[in-house]
Design a protein around this ligand. Structure first.
Ligand SMILES: Nc1nc2c(ncn2[C@@H]2O[C@H](COP(=O)(O)OP(=O)(O)OP(=O)(O)O)[C@@H](O)[C@H]2O)c(=O)[nH]1
Length: 484
């Protein structure tokens, strides 16, 4: 129909009434080598998009179409990739596991987690998990990297994390630069919240190297324009209608002008929808995120500087970063975390609840966090090292294993516990009764309460100290603090 000559008789007498054939649609049909129907809208024509470990899979700028020298050669057939789970899973044909003794029927396959298009690490290894209560393995706080575990014999390409975009975000604690990362190990958009307001003030002398993403500042293609760079956040100074200076990959880092500059303060924070978005007081995650940004943003007071000739003490803006990892529920995902909360309401603690669901106590990995830190020039072997905000000994170890140079661990004391030390703590607000909402000083927190508190939280925090080895002093029955 498309190629046959138009019948001469009809052409003048009957004009076409349908629209012209869409050349884009024709090109798509030709490229796919197969039929295109309205049912295929969810599929990709690009090869490897559904194969996140392939070169160029997560980054469109790396996708090389047929190069000019190959033009004469036979064109490879493009792979036709579906991002959907297999049909049986989409239709909800779930495998169930019947626990005959208890008469319980339990779903063992989570359709989304087992979708074939997910990278291999998402498939659970039955050898390492146990789900039958009564034969629970001993509490494991292992930080075995969820992302680096490949099935036997599979070789993963070297990990790459690339900053796709960056922008300035004003927060109650001051401006931050939000960076969004893609990587070739999981399909998640991890974030870096960089606190370095000195970059916004180009007029003042820089005492410390700016915290910038090397991958964002790199040249992505020969054809990229200044506007492309600025739009993705590769600019210097403060962006405005009158100030638009694209950054350059070869920008020479200013040397450290002061000897006793504290290393940047950083936190690796794991996503917690409940604690951060709806203000759940089962955990202190929202408060920790807020507190981390607050602490990192605190101005740094330096003693009199000899190197810059100033005789009086100098105050410089705070600097550091929160690396925000999409590892909800310590890596088990929101669905399982919600189920775990119900088990916790039955009386089990946070560790046991995870184990009962067939998960480890902690399934997080820190390989990608390490790559993001490297990209930001933080904690590299040569350089300043970092101060890490955490109570979690496993996190310190796991990051050191990833090559992050940690010069100091800075504890994160829950605000409700701080008040036991200092009753006049500024973050503690009036204890709410049932009908009066707490009075929160403006800008003191992101979510709605100065401090999280309550029985659920107490139980959670105690479990972290007693079962997960978190380094916090516990208040004993005798009213005294006891180091664990
Ligand atoms: N599975 C599970 N995850 C939880 C629970 N409460 C909070 N989380 C998750 O735990 C993660 C935060 O971990 P924490 O143990 O608070 O902190 P940490 O990162 O190990 O240690 P710190 O650096 O000291 O805060 C987030 O991903 C939360 O979603 C829970 O009861 N069960």
């Amino acid at each position: 129909m498309l190629t046959a000559p138009t019948p001469p008789v009809l052409s003048s007498r009957y004009k076409r009434r349908d629209s012209e054939l869409d050349p884009l649609m024709l090109a798509a049909v030709a490229a796919s080598g197969t039929h295109v129907t309205r049912n295929h809208y969810a599929h990709d024509f690009f090869p490897a998009v559904g194969d996140p470990q392939a070169e160029g899979a997560y980054d469109w700028t790396k996708w090389q179409a047929q190069s000019s020298k190959d033009r004469g050669a036979r064109r490879p057939r493009l792979k036709y990739v579906s991002r959907q789970a297999p049909r049986s899973q989409r239709l909800g044909l779930k495998k169930v596991d019947e626990d005959k003794e208890n008469g319980a029927v339990r779903e063992v396959a989570e359709p989304l987690r087992n979708a074939e298009n997910l990278p291999p690490h998402a498939h659970r290894d039955p050898q390492t998990t146990s789900h039958v209560e009564g034969i629970l393995p001993s509490a494991s706080t292992s930080t075995t990297s969820q992302v680096s575990t490949a099935s036997a014999g599979q070789v993963l390409p070297p990990l790459e994390a690339k900053c796709m975009a960056r922008t300035r975000v004003p927060t109650p604690h001051g401006p931050v630069f939000l960076h969004l990362y893609h990587n070739n190990r999981d399909n998640k958009e991890h974030l870096a919240i960089v606190v370095d307001p000195a970059q916004l003030d180009e007029a003042s002398p820089a005492f410390a190297p700016p915290i910038r993403s090397a991958s964002l500042d790199a040249v992505w293609s020969e054809t990229e324009t200044e506007m492309d760079r600025i739009t993705r956040g590769a600019y210097v100074g403060r962006l405005s209608a009158t100030s638009q200076k694209p950054s350059s990959p070869s920008t020479v880092q200013p040397p450290l002008t002061i000897d006793n500059l504290p290393s940047p303060l950083i936190r690796i924070h794991s996503e917690c929808f409940t604690g951060e978005t709806i203000g759940s007081m089962r955990c202190d995650c929202g408060e920790q995120l807020d507190e981390a940004i607050r602490q990192i943003s605190q101005p740094i007071k330096l003693p009199a500087l000899s190197t810059n000739g100033s005789a009086s003490p100098v105050t410089i803006p705070g600097r550091g970063a929160v690396i925000y990892m999409r590892q909800e529920g310590r890596g088990i995902g929101l669905l399982s975390k919600i189920r775990a909360y119900n088990l916790q309401d039955l009386g089990h603690d946070t560790v046991t609840a995870n184990l009962m669901l067939g998960h480890k106590a902690d399934e997080r990995g820190y390989e990608i966090a390490g790559a993001i830190l490297r990209d930001l020039g933080l904690g590299t072997e040569v350089g300043e090292g970092v101060r890490l905000l955490t109570n979690n000994p496993d996190k310190v170890q796991a990051l050191e294993k990833e090559g992050v140079r940690i010069v100091e661990r800075v504890p994160m004391v829950p605000r409700s516990w701080q008040s036991r030390h200092a009753k006049d703590d500024v973050h503690i607000v009036t204890t709410p009764s049932d009908d009066t909402p707490p009075v929160t000083p403006a800008g003191a927190t992101m979510i709605g309460g100065g401090a999280v508190y309550g029985d659920d939280l107490e139980k959670y925090l105690r479990t972290k100290v007693l079962r997960m080895g978190h380094m916090l002093p516990l208040l004993g029955d005798d009213g005294l603090f006891h180091d664990q």
